[in-house]
Write a protein that binds this ligand. Structure first.
Ligand code: NAD
Ligand SMILES: O=C(O)C(=O)C[C@@H](O)[C@H](O)[C@H](O)COP(=O)(O)O
Ligand code: ZN
Length: 364
C-alpha cells in the first residue's frame, strides 16, 4: 500500500492506494468521528462491495443507503434522500458518512456531509478510476442543476481516501477510459514526462494492467494533492484542474446529463482547449494532433455530440464557475505540460474553435 497525504493543516488527510484495502477496518476506524456511520452507495456498486465495507465495521451503528445509478441522479432530490436517512436514523453531529462508489456518489455524499447539521465527517472509498484519480481527493462536493453542472455545492474535505485498486477489476472499459481522461489531464497541465509515459503505456492501462494503473493513480493523486494543498478553494492555480471542463460541462449540461460520461466530455473539451491554444499561436498544431492521437488511443471521443452548436456551447459556458463579470475564463495550454487560466484570448479564435468542432460533431 502507498499512502500520500493531502497537506491542509488541521484538514490534512491520507490517500491510501493499494490492493485489498476495502476489507482493512484499521484504515477506516481512525477516521470515524463517532459510532454512527452511513454508507452511501448505488445499485451497481452495492451488490459488489457494500458487504465488504460493512463487515469491517462490527462495533458501529451502520446504516446503508443504496441509490439509483447515473449522473442524472446527481441532483437536489437525491441529496434530500441522503439527508432524510440521516434524520430518520437520529444521526448526530459526530456521525460519519462513507461514500462507496464513483464520482457521482462521492460528490453527493460529500455534499450531504457538508450540509448535514452544518458539516459532519465523511470518508471517500472511490470505486471508479475517475474517482480514484480525481473526484475523491480535494473536497469539491456538489450536485447538478438543469442549467449548470456542479452548480450547487461546497468545499468540504474528506477525513480519508481509501482507493482499493482491486475494485477496478469490475469496472467496464468505457468507464476506465473516462477515468483515463482525467489522468491525461494531469500530464497536459503539469507533467510532460508523465504524458509521454501515458502515450507509451496506454495499451497496458486499457488492458487493466494493475502495475500501470497503480502508477497512474499514484501520480494523479500526487498531482491533485499538491494542487489542492497550494490552493484549496480555487483562488488561483487549482483552476488548472479544470482543463477542458468549461467545454465539457457545456456538453454534459447540453445533453441534460445523459449519454456522455464526464470523462468523455472532458476529453473532447481538452482537445477543444488545445485547438484554441493553437489558434492563438501558443502551441504548435502538432501538439494538438498528438493530444488527439492519445485521446483516440484511449477510446475517448474527440468531437462533441451533434446536438452541440456554437450557440449552445456559449450559453452553457457563460455560467461556468470561473466566469467573472460575464468574461469566460478558460484553461489553455502554453506547452504540453504547462497550462494557464486566462480570460485574455481573442473571441474570434474561440468562435473558430466552436465552429470547427461543431461542424465535425458526432451524433449524440
Ligand atoms: N469532486 C471532484 O473533484 C470531481 C472530479 C472529477 C469528477 N467529478 C464528478 O464525478 C462524476 C463522474 O464520476 P465517475 O466517472 O466515477 O462516474 P459514476 O460515479 O457515475 O460511476 C461510473 C459508473 O461506474 C459504476 N461503477 C462504479 N464503480 C464500479 C466498479 N468498481 N465496478 C463496476 N462498476 C462500477 C457506477 O455505478 C456508474 O455506473 C461526475 O459527476 C463529475 O462531475 C468530481
Ligand atoms: O478538483 C478540481 O478542482 C477540479 O476541477 C477537478 C475536476 O476534474 C472536476 O470535474 C470538478 O468537479 C470540476 O469542478 P467545477 O468547479 O468546475 O465544478
Ligand atoms: Zn473532471
Amino acid at each position: 500500500m502507498k499512502t500520500l497525504q493531502v497537506e491542509l493543516a488541521e484538514r490534512s488527510y491520507p490517500i491510501h492506494i493499494g490492493s485489498g484495502l476495502l476489507r482493512q477496518a484499521e484504515l477506516l476506524m481512525p477516521h470515524l468521528a463517532g459510532r454512527q456511520v452511513l454508507v452511501v452507495s448505488n445499485e451497481t456498486v452495492a451488490p459488489l462491495y457494500l458487504d465488504a465495507v460493512t463487515a469491517a465495521l462490527t462495533d458501529y451503528q451502520v446504516e446503508t443507503l443504496v441509490l439509483p445509478d447515473g449522473e442524472s441522479t446527481k441532483n437536489l432530490q437525491t441529496l434530500e434522500k441522503i439527508l432524510s436517512v440521516l434524520l430518520e436514523q437520529g444521526f448526530g453531529r459526530n456521525c460519519t458518512l462513507i461514500a462507496l462508489g464513483g464520482g457521482v456518489i462521492g460528490d453527493m455524499t460529500g455534499f450531504a456531509a457538508a450540509c448535514y447539521q452544518r458539516g459532519v465527517a465523511y470518508i471517500q472509498i472511490p470505486t471508479t478510476l475517475l474517482a480514484q484519480v480525481d473526484s475523491s481527493v480535494g473536497g469539491k462536493t456538489a450536485v447538478n442543476h438543469a442549467l449548470g453542472k456542479n452548480m450547487i455545492g461546497a468545499f468540504h474535505q474528506p477525513r480519508a481516501v481509501i482507493a482499493d485498486t482491486d475494485v477496478l477489476g469490475t469496472l467496464p472499459d468505457r468507464e476506465l477510459a473516462a477515468g483515463l481522461a482525467e489522468v491525461i489531464k494531469y500530464g497536459l497541465i503539469r507533467d510532460a514526462g508523465f504524458y509521454t509515459w501515458l502515450e507509451q503505456n496506454m495499451t497496458a492501462l486499457r488492458n487493466h494492467d494493475t502495475a500501470a494503473l497503480t502508477h497512474a493513480i499514484e501520480q494523479s493523486c500526487r498531482h491533485k494533492a499538491a494542487v489542492v494543498a497550494a490552493d484549496e478553494r480555487e483562488s488561483g492555480q487549482r483552476a488548472l484542474l479544470n482543463l477542458g471542463h468549461t467545454f465539457g460541462h457545456a456538453i454534459e449540461t447540453g445533453l441534460n446529463y445523459h449519454d456522455w460520461l464526464h470523462g468523455e466530455a472532458v476529453a473532447t473539451g481538452m482537445l477543444m482547449a488545445a485547438d484554441l491554444s493553437a489558434r492563438l499561436g501558443w502551441i504548435e498544431p502538432g501538439v494538438v494532433e498528438r493530444i488527439a492521437q492519445l485521446l483516440t488511443a484511449t477510446g475517448l471521443p474527440v468531437q462533441p455530440p451533434a446536438i452541440m452548436t456554437p450557440e449552445l456551447f456559449r450559453r452553457h459556458m457563460a455560467v461556468d464557475k470561473k466566469a467573472r463579470d460575464g468574461q469566460v475564463y478558460l484553461i489553455l495550454l502554453e506547452a504540453l505540460g504547462a497550462a494557464v487560466v486566462t480570460g485574455d484570448y481573442a473571441d474570434d479564435a474561440l468562435a473558430a474553435t466552436l465552429e470547427h468542432f461543431c461542424r465535425t460533431a458526432q451524433p449524440a
